[in-house]
Write a protein that binds this ligand. Sequence first.
Ligand code: S3P
Length: 430
Amino acid sequence: MTSRTLTVGGGRPLRGQVRVPGDKSISHRALLLASRAEGTSVVRGLSDGDDVARTATAMKAVGADLAGQLGSGETMLVHGAADRLREPEQVLDVGNSGTAMRLLAGWLAGFPWLCVLEGDASVNRRPMDRVIEPLSVMGARVEGRGGRLPPLVVQGGALHGIDYTPPMASAQVKSAVLLAGLCAEGATVVREPLVTRTHTEEMLAACGAAIEVVRQGPGQVVTVRSSQRLESFQLDVPGDPSAGAYWVVAGCVVPGSEVVVEGLYVGPGRAGFLDVLARMGADLSVEHRDATTADIVARHGCLRGTDIGADEVPGLVDEIPVLAVAAALAEGTTTVRGAGELRVKESDRLATVTSELAALGAQVEATTDGLMISGVRSLSGGTVRSHGDHRVALAMAVAGMAAGGTTRSEGWEAVDTSYPNFELQLEALV
Ligand code: S3P
């Protein structure tokens, strides 16, 4: 992949409306479930990033029939059914997508096939023991490099249910175990001390799977039973809040801005960044279209620092880089605690957010499991690097929009995994 640079002229107000890509988490799951469901599912507005394209390619490799396109305004027809699927002849390459690797590991574990999952250099550094362990206890044979790193070899087959409490708050781990549980004998139970994004359990219920969710304080217990036949579905994928957060924060921090972000998913486990920005004093309007989708209007104004606690992290885990940009431009101090998971994302985000924001004049310190940011109210343009991480690249582009002078964002190609059209949309808004 050739390296690209985005050049952002700081201080230009953003005004207008923007429609972000379809939610990435929902898109992966829609393809995985539709491929197993009986009949034809119709899915509109799937994410057009490379991550979701990798899951689509993997589903074709196991025999699902996909017709149509990824992207906003596009429709994909998925002709599924478990009995048309077959062992893939090729290695399944997830590119940069840790979500695809972990969800696929769980999905594949239910079939009596030998599959190999590989990814890029960033995925190859990400811990997979978090799915290897529960899937092995369920009866699959899953091997990784050194027992914990990709590539993974999955020999699926006769599984039995387990009662599992993931050691970290992770929707990917929960989802991998639940997807394997669809093919397991007996009940599979996942106990979450803190609820993470709920797409898998909700979408499984919508497909008629035998699934039950019991809320317990800030946590929940999800039980799934063998459900060999899933029903096909029709779905309009809502806008990705993790992508929308860049524009919402940009609207808040670039003087003179007013940005309308259309049709964002704001359901359970995804809208925590809006609560944080509201606490920071942001000028936001949230206009609901229905229970889980809203248009967000963000206007520039002064922000103040806040504390983001461990219990909030699962609901905004991917938005911390861009919230750190808001915090750097706020008055007062912001702390983030209980976010050690950021160390094992596409980059070590506690380290990369710290180094790149510092390059623009911010005062940021990484702690073992969080960030301490002293707001400086203004940043100066400079050169930042993505470290191969789309969320770092996009957050730093927002910092550059608010900074004085010009910011060069190197390694910009990283954004292709989730948001290939960001630069075009930025041009339309300034
Ligand atoms: C995701 C869950 C989160 C998130 C990732 C997408 C998902 O990861 O960071 O971008 O779709 O389930 P973890 O489950 O590892 O926290």
